[in-house]
Design a protein around this ligand. Structure first.
Ligand SMILES: [Zn+2]
Length: 362
């Protein structure tokens, strides 16, 4: 073959390559996206499914700031409404922004573990609770649903041929945990390796625990679940299994992130929705670092609590410095490929992105 015809062949092949859809095993369709929105150490995780449905897990604090931030990210991602809003528990940094958000954009179904008339924390002030919970009780949402362990949040499946199955399951609520059906679970060898802590009588222990799964990709969001409840979720048998992505419980505080839970989940990647001075405890960071197979840790905020304060690498942190007041509210994002075989974590404020392979480790 002469040089000219060889050149022509390459050019023609390139054209053909561009014009022909790739013949790999990748399923057609859109990726699933997860956004960790900065609520200065609150909960605010937005999931957009391949079919374009939205699930917001917690809505940050009241007084407008966090609802505005959530609204900005949601509309920037093309959303006109929040289809499903799940509140993990009744602390102000998780349910406080619900009423504000419902004023900014339509909210479909609001899911929670049952709003109590009495204060959710033992010893709470009934009058104060009546005041703080009133906007939530009156929030303009289309429907309200109480979640119990084992419930599925109904999500539309992708209509694309070969697209992986999608599910969002409530694994636990109010310290009752669901046992997977039709599976014989082995005893968990991590149980008993770490002592329990004194009983937690706050509503953190009652958090709704969620597992989002698309294909083999698994994402765990346990709200602010605390030490002893975390142990009960995986002991004597691990009711969750292993996960790819772990939203660090309770902003990384040391009353949560029991190493028994963290090692049992064995995540490949962790994302912490912390504040400059909230969460990111030494013990939580150590528990993560002890996980075999953990490849990367991400934070919404740099931990500025003094010299030597534990932190993820700089490019894995969205907001740097002590910025609670004038914070640019950068976020962390996960994009799961349409076939769910890989997922990419990006930190746009640091121009960072890294792709990980989905691994079913059990
Ligand atoms: Zn919290």
């Amino acid at each position: 073959m002469k040089k000219t015809s060889l050149t022509f062949w390459f050019a023609a092949s390139a054209l053909l390559w561009c014009a022909t859809p790739p013949l790999s095993g990748a399923a057609a369709g859109k990726p699933l996206e997860i956004y960790w929105i900065d609520s200065e150490g609150g909960g605010s995780t937005l999931v957009i499914t391949p079919e374009g449905e939205s699930v917001l897990i917690d809505a940050g604090n009241p007084e407008g700031r966090d609802a505005a931030r959530i609204h900005k990210v949601a509309t920037g991602a093309g959303l006109k409404r929040i289809d499903h809003l799940v509140v993990t528990h009744f602390h102000i940094d998780h349910f406080g922004g619900v009423a504000d958000l419902a004023e900014l954009m339509p909210v479909g179904t609001l899911y929670d573990k049952g709003l109590p008339d009495a204060p959710p924390d033992a010893g709470g002030n009934p009058k104060l609770w009546a005041v703080t919970s009133a906007p939530y009780r009156e929030a303009k949402v289309e429907k309200r649903v109480q979640l119990v362990a084992g419930d599925l949040v109904p999500l539309r499946q992708s209509t694309h041929t070969g697209a992986p199955k999608l599910s969002l399951r409530c694994l636990g609520a109010n310290q009752r945990f669901a046992t997977p059906e039709g599976v014989s679970l082995p005893e968990n060898a991590f149980c008993g390796t770490v002592p329990p802590k004194p009983a937690d009588n706050s509503d953190n222990a009652n958090s709704v625990v969620l597992l989002l799964q698309v294909g083999e990709f698994r994402f765990f969001d346990g709200g602010d679940l605390t030490w002893n409840a975390e142990e009960r979720l995986v002991c004597p048998k691990n009711l969750v299994g292993t996960v790819d992505l772990y939203q660090v419980n309770h902003h990384g505080l040391d009353v949560s992130n029991n190493p028994i839970l963290v090692k049992s989940l064995a995540p490949t990647v962790s994302v912490m929705n912390n504040g400059p001075r909230k969460g990111t405890s030494k013990s939580a960071m150590e528990a993560l670092r002890e996980v075999k197979g953990l490849q990367a840790m991400y934070q919404v905020h740099e931990n500025v609590a003094g010299e030597g304060a534990p932190n993820a690498p700089k490019e894995h942190i969205a907001n740097h410095g002590d910025l609670a007041k004038d914070c640019a509210a950068h976020g962390v994002k996960c994009t799961v490929s349409p076939d769910a075989g890989t997922y990419t974590i990006s930190v746009p404020s640091r121009s960072h992105s890294r792709t990980f392979e989905t691994t079913r480790k059990q």
